[in-house]
Design a protein around this ligand. Sequence first.
Ligand SMILES: Cc1cc2nc3c(=O)[nH]c(=O)nc-3n(C[C@H](O)[C@H](O)[C@H](O)COP(=O)(O)OP(=O)(O)OC[C@H]3O[C@@H](n4cnc5c(N)ncnc54)[C@H](O)[C@@H]3O)c2cc1C
Length: 380
Amino acid sequence: MGARLDPPLKDDCDVAVIGGSLAGSAAAYALARNGARVIVLEKARFPRDKVCGCFLSNEALPVLGRMGLREELGRNAAETITRFRLVRRDGIAVESLLPKPAMSISRSCLDSLAAAAAERAGARMHFGTTVLSLEGDLQEGFRIKGLNCEVGARAVLGAWGRYSPLDGRLGRTFIRRKSFLFGFGKMLVGRSEHLAGRAVLHFFDGGYVGLSRVEGGHVNLAALANSHVAQSAHHDFDSLLDRLSRESPALAADLEALSPLTGPVLLSEPVHLGAHGALAGDVLCVGDAAGVIDPYTGTGMALALLFGEAAAAPVAAFLAGTLDVDGLKRAHLRRHREIAGRRFFFSRLFRPFFSGGVASRLIHPAAAPLARWAARATRE
Ligand SMILES: Cc1cc2nc3c(=O)[nH]c(=O)nc-3n(C[C@H](O)[C@H](O)[C@H](O)COP(=O)(O)OP(=O)(O)OC[C@H]3O[C@@H](n4cnc5c(N)ncnc54)[C@H](O)[C@@H]3O)c2cc1C
């Protein structure tokens, strides 16, 4: 069967949101509830898989509650996660309680729920719609163009995630950073009782493999590797996983009774850690488009939801004429600072322990209080 062809979209709105995943849907939900005419342009068709650890930290739950999704998480049998476990390649491990219980749910399920909530609130969702360019500004308005769309908007929210060719077209400088990471993942099925209620990170030289049980007892595997590891594996991440399992009996034991649910590994867009900037010209960026927190913290999704939601109020004030362009941009940057807080600082501080280098060898059962403190510090 050929690709589905949608009729071309030609429309105007108050706010165009580029990217309809967590940050985009949370923003669209809050704006539509405020009465704004919102169009969301999302290149994928949901449900779709995504490279992510699927660990939904506690701070995400109130936002999902406000979107009417708390019961949906239960109905979809999301796993409750109360413990985390860090495992060295030699099998030495530290396990600790999380500061607050988290949840684990596949991105195919969670992102679909969030997008459906935004649609119920009145946002118009357009899937299979890739934005290729945009021009304009907050004074004159924007024109957004894709293969099958042309949309006019007074404001644009950039919710396109950790990397998009749009970043280059908007002249964003973070893409020039030489060091970026490779993310890959897959969904596994089989006996998973040993992973019940816990998120597990297995370290190797140059990265880590995360395991977390999601709905249906499936196990989500998400890994991050530096460019040296990726290149030496010739970007063949299936073979890399085989090698890592041979080198780490603990990882092999965790994976022993599991097999892939679907085809080959899923690859992530390049992962440039750190701040990307909450403004790209006059585009208001939210979620990973504004900055990528270290995935080991398990807080990227929570930050995407929190910032997406928080971005709505200043935009609504701008649309109502009570905030001018400069006021909107200042308010947007302030919200980002408030939500990011010291998390980016702490996630960078603890990065050496999670990058699979020498510092990772300090992981030891005696370090459990430190691990608990790190888990708290990257969440406040
Ligand atoms: C290996 C790895 C493990 C991780 N594990 C965790 C974890 O366990 N817990 C956690 O909280 N976070 C984790 N994260 C981080 C988390 O995945 C992100 O923080 C989160 O997905 C950010 O959400 P977002 O909505 O900002 O962006 P995304 O979820 O990336 O969504 C962006 C959306 O924009 C769409 N898009 C992109 N370009 C265009 C375009 N031009 N036109 C239209 N649409 C476009 C994409 O299709 C996508 O749906 C992990 C990340 C990695 C790499």
